[in-house]
Design a protein around this ligand. Structure first.
Ligand SMILES: *Cc1c(COP(=O)(O)O)cnc(C)c1O
Length: 391
């Protein structure tokens, strides 16, 4: 496919993205349309962003109304969507305060600043290390890249931000040993490693980390950028594990398709950052927050239960299907191990009208939380047909 748009993109966009050969122009719900008029079932949601699908009518109305009323004023002034959204996030999680930014990486940067300042004041300025896990993903800014426990992202971008220590996931003894040696300010985990291949952490390990953090007054940061906002069948993935993080970062699906990051902190950390300690020109933008209110307000018990039911249906179709060797994940965050290379499966699914993602060596599904059952089943059948084909 070569059109004026693909040519312009090649000529003028920095070459960081390997795109699929399709130009998407419009959509509704879990159907998205290409410039050639072809329709696709969307199982990627723009990497877990369009929580209620493309141009969901409640979301569109909320966003358009706010855009027509007041699109931006900066954080020098109060605005209603920002305050209401912070209240909703705290009410639904029991956290104490929120800082708004524009992306997952920024939400993590803020989480790290909360943890480092708390530790510096409480334990002294040599308490700054953040323990993160191997195979984790926390973002692309230099500091969140340093937090990310995957060597190949680091190459040629050194020097990295100091103060990050990586440990093996699910190795409690190894974690405790490193923690004892590194005087950490925080531990940061994804309960389900997303970019790492949809890897849920083992409950025992998460419990060990949480107990260590609690006992030693070390901040427990849970990165819920991908797993948050209903994606895993609970509001936040830490809720599967019965832990209480000090700091939670989220973004991707929060505003249903607009840039918005949020860093939630418990009451203990609520007043750690004060005037001038942090900021963001766009953070808490009224249009993004209006979008988020329309999403978060609908992520209730009933919706979460339907996410879990859809998930169970997908798992039961995929488990044991020919060409599928393993399925893992929670809710509508699903990683499929296939006999054929995952990239090949995804490319062929697209040819057959289904958009899905990869994560490491897996096919990854992040469909809209409200994807209609018939569309979901139809798409999964196509994935199974593609997986079962001997190449
Ligand atoms: C996507 C992602 C990020 C980075 O989010 P951006 O909005 O791209 O900065 C951070 N952490 C996790 C777990 C992610 O999945």
């Amino acid at each position: 496919m070569s059109t004026i748009i693909t040519e312009l993109d090649k000529e003028y966009i920095a070459g960081t993205y390997k795109r699929f050969p399709v130009e998407l122009v419009s959509g509704k719900g879990s159907l998205v349309r290409g410039s050639d008029g072809r329709e696709y079932i969307d199982l990627g949601s723009g990497i877990g962003v369009t929580s209620f699908g493309i141009c969901d009518s409640v979301w569109t109305e909320a966003v358009c109304a706010q855009a027509a009323k007041l699109q931006h004023v900066s954080n020098l002034y109060y605005t209603e969507p920002c305050a209401r959204l912070a209240e909703m996030l705290c009410r639904k999680t029991g956290m104490g305060k929120v800082f708004f930014s524009n992306s997952g990486a920024e939400a993590n940067e803020c989480a790290i600043k909360f943890a480092r300042k708390y530790a510096a004041e409480k334990k002294g300025e040599d308490c700054f290390n953040i323990i993160t896990l191997e195979n984790s993903f926390h973002g692309r800014t230099l500091t969140t890249l340093s937090a990310t426990g995957q060597e190949h992202y680091h190459e040629l971008f050194r020097p990295l931000t100091p103060g990050f220590v990586h440990v093996k996931a699910n190795d409690s003894d190894g974690f405790l040993k490193t923690a004892a040696e590194s005087n950490p300010a925080a531990v940061m985990i994804e309960c389900v490693q997303g970019e790492g291949g949809v890897v849920p952490l083992e409950p025992e390990f998460v419990k060990t980390v949480a107990e260590y953090a609690e006992k030693n007054d070390v901040a427990l940061i849970v990165d819920e950028v991908q797993t948050g906002n209903g994606r895993t069948g609970r509001l936040y993935s830490y809720m599967h594990y019965g832990i209480e993080p000090d700091i939670v970062s989220t973004a991707k699906g929060l505003a249903g398709g607009l840039p918005l990051g949020a860093t939630l902190v418990s009451r203990k950390y609520g007043n750690v950052l004060g005037y001038g300690d942090h900021g963001s020109t766009f953070g808490g933008n009224p249009v993004s927050c209006a979008g988020a209110l329309s999403i978060l307000g609908r992520i209730d018990d009933e919706l979460l239960e339907s996410v879990r039911n859809k998930s169970a249906a997908v798992f039961s179709m995929l488990k044991g299907a020919p060409g599928v060797t393993d399925v893992r994940g929670f809710g509508l965050m699903i990683g499929i191990k296939t006999e054929r290379p995952a990239a090949e499966v995804v490319a062929e699914c697209m040819e057959r009208g289904v958009l899905c993602l990869t994560a490491k060596d897996r096919v990854r599904l992040l469909p809209a939380l409200n994807i209609p059952d018939d569309l979901l089943m139809k798409a999964v059948k196509i994935i199974i047909e593609v997986c079962s084909k001997v190449s």
